[in-house]
Design a protein around this ligand. Structure first.
Ligand SMILES: [Zn+2]
Length: 69
């Protein structure tokens, strides 16, 4: 299942500004010298804060469309 968006005001299906908040747990691996490499990022929570239609400039008519992948 994938989630798409559709703007019912202009019919846009392809261009949106999406603001989302993502919580990621990562394995921080420091060398003795203090160099960092970040490994195994794991998204533990994702919240979509707003979806705005690029053409209309607002998200008042944007709705989620769920379809089978
Ligand atoms: Zn639109």
């Amino acid at each position: 299942m994938i989630t798409r968006y559709r703007c019912n005001a202009c019919g846009n299906l392809t261009r949106f500004d999406v603001v989302e908040t993502t919580s990621v747990r990562s394995f921080y691996h420091f060398t003795v010298g203090g160099e960092l490499s970040i490994e195994e990022p794991d998204v533990i929570a994702k919240t979509v804060d707003s979806v705005t239609c690029r053409w209309c400039g607002h998200g008042r008519n944007v709705e989620e469309v769920t379809e089978d992948a």
